[in-house]
Design a protein around this ligand. Structure first.
Ligand SMILES: [Zn+2]
Length: 508
């Protein structure tokens, strides 16, 4: 007859999921009886009003572990693993205890209780430990957040006023009155309202970035509008980055800095970790997400803030046929001739040089013509902008469901196996939604150009950075010699024509 121990725990009433000790005892005893085992009353360990995830010592639990190590028992029975412990490390410990002291762990709940003597049992234990870890992190996060209540109320971060918004009023938590925001939506009247001029600059900044402009370009645009940071400093790449990665502008509440488990900043601004705030957004969630994706791409960090005057510099390539066949392929760089004429030159060799203004004009015209065609909308990856509001709502719902999985396991609605596949499925869906939202942000930027009433004006209003991004999205641009043995004409009009015939635009 194996020697049996039973562990029972009642958690704090505030958790609201406590299971009476008596019911647990009854259930665990039934499990033992079902096997034909008897249990000594002295071998029933009880912790009352102790949370399983608490850092505090659970006296009965510790006593039982000591007894297990003294080889006093062959089997330990608990109602379920959450009753036993919610500390993932302690769950893992049971695999060691099983190996070293031969003690088996069993649960009495459900149709397929855990039995550590089987491989399936050990697998289930590990899955449970992961789910438990998730719940502990979630709970710990909630408790430790210095500003948890504000966050749950969807209040903006406190502290210095943020660029784009007026200061948050004192006692914002208690504010009940509302004000009308843009589009007639009501928002809480606790301050933190968009400042028209700054908000417009922020929107323009997001637009520029999404269209391919550098952070430096955005900084110059804001400075040109006479704007500074809220501390009165001139805009630079880092301060602009700080604004364009800040979820505040999409009315999203970030996690506090210290809560990230890895790479604080990245985690803090991970869409999956953000919750909706109650204040008026300046940009949509999809726009913010798309911008974050761009700024998170490390290749962007190398982008210099130097202005690019010429449309095709570094964008177009040399297509002169080289020895042995094939084309050169080197990027064309902007430069000037001795008599100060701007030209694009092959950056690898003396293959060719062509008039820069003529080439830019030709490419601009081609792009405008392409974008004003009735089928221009087909150019967008998604033929129409996805329903962003629906996508956002779906994502929020998914996140809530992810958060509930641990609860569903704890109350027995889901088995561990179901929980595991459920978590994997939900995560996959969330990733897909995030990708679609990102796409939606891009549609947002190219869309207005395509639907512009006057394409020429819309194009001219774009910075060269943005124009370059549009060109690159539509065409590959190559420079080649127009026909064998042609020599550049001597007269100006001849040269211009020669340049035009040298440029090839290959649709992507
Ligand atoms: Zn070349």
């Amino acid at each position: 007859m194996p020697r049996i121990a039973i562990y029972l725990r009642q958690s704090k009433a505030v958790e609201g999921d406590e299971l009476a000790i008596d019911r647990q005892r009854e259930n665990c005893l039934a499990r033992a009886t079902g096997k034909g085992w008897t249990v000594d009353n002295a071998a029933i360990y009880v912790d009352n009003n102790v949370s399983a995830s608490s850092e505090k010592v659970r006296p009965a639990y510790q006593r039982m572990i000591a007894d297990v190590k003294a080889r006093k028992f062959d089997v330990v029975i608990a109602w379920n693993l959450d009753r036993l412990t919610r500390r993932p490390r302690e769950i893992e410990d049971w695999i060691d205890l099983n190996e070293r002291y031969g003690v088996n762990l069993m649960t009495s709940e459900g149709t397929e209780p855990i039995d550590l003597s089987t491989e399936t049992g050990r697998l289930m234990l590990r899955v449970t430990s992961s789910v438990a870890r998730m719940e502990v992190e979630r709970k710990g996060r909630r408790q430790k957040e210095s500003n948890a209540q504000s966050r749950e109320l969807g209040l903006p971060p406190t502290g210095r006023r943020a660029f784009g918004y007026s200061a948050l009023g004192a006692g914002a938590k208690g504010v009940q009155s509302t004000r009308l925001g843009a589009g007639g939506t009501e928002y809480p009247a606790y301050g933190h309202e968009p400042i028209v001029e700054e908000a417009a600059a922020i929107r323009r900044g997001f637009d520029l970035l999404l269209a391919g402009a550098s952070l430096g370009t955005v900084a110059r645009a804001w400075t040109a509008s006479g704007l500074t940071t809220t501390t009165g400093k001139a805009w630079g790449q880092n301060t602009v980055r700080g604004v364009l990665t800040n979820p505040r502008y999409a009315a999203l509440v970030a996690l506090p800095r210290e809560m990230g488990t890895t790479g604080h900043r990245a985690n803090r601004y991970d869409l999956a970790a953000l919750t909706p705030g109650g204040w008026e957004p300046i940009v949509g969630v999809e726009t913010w997400t798309a911008a974050s994706e761009i700024l998170r791409d490390p290749s962007r960090r190398k982008t210099s803030g130097a202005p690019r005057r010429w449309l095709l510099s570094g964008l177009a390539t040399c297509a002169v046929v080289v020895e042995g066949g094939g084309v050169c392929g080197a990027p064309m760089k902007a430069g000037a001739t001795r008599d100060k004429v701007a030209v694009y030159r092959c950056s690898a060799s003396y293959h060719l040089a062509r008039k820069a203004d003529v080439a830019d004009e030709l490419v601009s015209h081609t792009v405008m013509a392409r974008l004003s065609r009735s089928d221009a909308v087909e150019l967008l990856a998604n033929h129409e902008a996805p329903d962003r509001a629906a996508l956002s709502a779906e994502l929020t719902a998914l996140q809530a469901r992810l958060g509930n999985v641990a609860d569903l396991v704890a109350d027995g609605t889901l088995t561990k196996d179901q929980a595991r596949s459920s978590v994997a499925r939900l995560r996959g869906q969330a990733a897909e939604l995030t990708a679609r939202l990102t796409d939606a942000g891009k549609v947002d930027t190219l869309g207005p150009l395509i639907h512009a009433a006057n394409i020429r004006e819309a194009w001219a209003a774009l910075s060269v950075d943005v124009q370059r991004a549009v060109v690159a999205a539509l065409y590959r641009v190559e420079f080649a010699t127009p026909g064998r043995g042609t020599r550049p004409p001597a007269d100006d009009e001849g040269r211009r024509d020669h340049t035009r015939r040298s440029v090839a635009l290959i649709p992507r």
